[in-house]
Design a protein around this ligand. Structure first.
Ligand code: NAD
Ligand code: UFG
Length: 337
């Protein structure tokens, strides 16, 4: 049974990935400092998989603690690295925090972990910025980052691309588009702290009556209905992509030291479309109004998924309706913050 370290494994995407890894027969050990997650998530994961989950509360920026962790777990076969801070607005207010945690944390991970361990890294479609050409392909050049958060993803990818051959590691960067939804059991999902910044949690909280209305940030963009377009993907599909990446590495099918794959559905949906799809899929209304555009938003982004399909042998399986229904089920089940 291969043993995988999942950093940030109690977070939104990490928790779903722990579930699919355990269900695929992997032994999982989580490292998380709980800066944006709760220890109870481990129990919820265990409830779904009916398997014990090993969790160690460690900050990956803490060299001493991380060294101790790797000494204690000398039998690892791979690393999936989620641990990072991810709030774009907060990153603009506290850039040092984001560079220290996201870049500094990953450098510690590279320093302290055995060099032969392959790494799967959480990247983002944010690395592409606003592209004139769509769908986005993996070999497009990075545009200048709009936020320190986006910059940390570009920097981490660059660090991994240059160090992988030197360390003789295999590294796969997965560039997620917009992960939404929750586990179909509604035992785990996204736990936004305070006012949600992302569209779907804001939408479900509005549908639940926790917020009076959803603001649609801009409706005069150069898109069919004027609102921004994104590639929304079920978090379970995102989780599954990590199993495919680890399988590829452990079965020695990864030839190049560094590979990057788009993890999206290939389909773009506008904000207004998503509201209507949610209302149709759940039968619940989302009061909304057009508001001013949000600074820094790209107009449209969706993935070319060809490379992931042919090389990673991965393709999104869940429909957008299912993702929205699961997001709504989670909203109704989730513990109140
Ligand atoms: P999340 O905040 O829910 O999960 C991140 C986890 O990492 C949390 O449990 C947090 O406590 C932990 N963590 C943060 N810093 C740490 C540190 N120094 N040491 C140990 N643990 C630490 O975020 P998520 O949505 O699950 O995102 C996971 C990864 O995917 C992140 O790297 C994020 O940047 C990336 N990503 C997310 C999205 C998205 O829309 N959710 C999109 C693209 C990329
Ligand atoms: N939006 C609204 N109203 C809201 C929130 C969002 O209209 O209340 C709109 C945004 O303007 C955007 C779309 O909904 O057009 C999606 O916005 P999100 O904030 O949900 O997602 P983003 O595409 O802006 O960014 C997210 C994460 C980033 C990540 C990126 C790509 O926040 O960290 O997806 O994975 F990099």
């Amino acid at each position: 049974m291969p043993k995988i370290l999942v950093t940030g494994g109690l977070g939104y995407i990490g928790s779903h990935t722990c579930v699919v890894l355990q269900q695929a027969g992997y032994e999982v050990v989580v490292v998380d400092n709980l800066v944006n997650s709760k220890p109870e998530v481990a129990l919820q994961i265990e409830k779904i998989t009916q398997q014990p989950l090993a969790v160690e509360v460690v900050d990956i920026c803490d060299a001493h603690a991380l060294k101790g962790f790797f000494e204690q777990h000398s039998d690892l076969d791979g690393i999936i690295h989620f641990a990072a801070l991810k709030a774009v607005g907060e990153s603009l207010a506290q850039p040092e925090l984001y560079f220290n945690n996201n870049v500094g944390g990953m450098l510690q991970l590279l320093e302290q972990s055995p060099k032969q361990l392959p790494i799967v890294f959480s990247s983002s479609c944010t690395v592409y910025g606003q592209s004139e050409v769509l769908p986005l392909q993996e070999d497009f050049l990075f545009q200048k980052a709009e936020s320190p958060y986006g910059s940390t993803k570009q920097m981490c990818e660059d660090i991994l691309r240059f160090t992988a051959p030197k360390q003789q590691r295999k590294v796969i960067a997965l560039r997620y588009f917009n992960p939404i939804g929750a586990h179909p059991t509604a035992h785990i999902g996204e736990l936004p702290q305070g006012v949600p910044q992302n569209l779907v949690p804001y939408m479900t909280q509005t549908a639940a009556g926790k917020r009076p209305k959803l603001n649609v940030f801009g409706a005069t963009y150069n898109t069919p209905d004027g609102s921004c377009i994104r590639d929304y993907i079920h978090v379970m599909d995102v989780a599954q992509a990590h199993v495919k990446a680890i399988e590829r590495q452990l079965s020695q099918r990864q030839v190049e030291p560094y590979e990057a794959f788009n993890i999206g559905t290939g389909k773009g949906h506008s904000v207004l479309e998503l509201i209507h799809l949610f209302e149709k899929a759940t039968g619940v209304a989302v009061p909304h109004a057009i508001a001013a555009p949000r600074v820094g938003d790209v107009v449209a982004a969706y993935a070319d998924t060809q490379y992931a399909e042919t090389t990673l042998n991965w393709k999104a399986q869940y429909s957008i309706e299912q993702a929205l229904q699961d997001a709504w089920a989670w909203e109704k089940a989730a513990p109140n913050e």
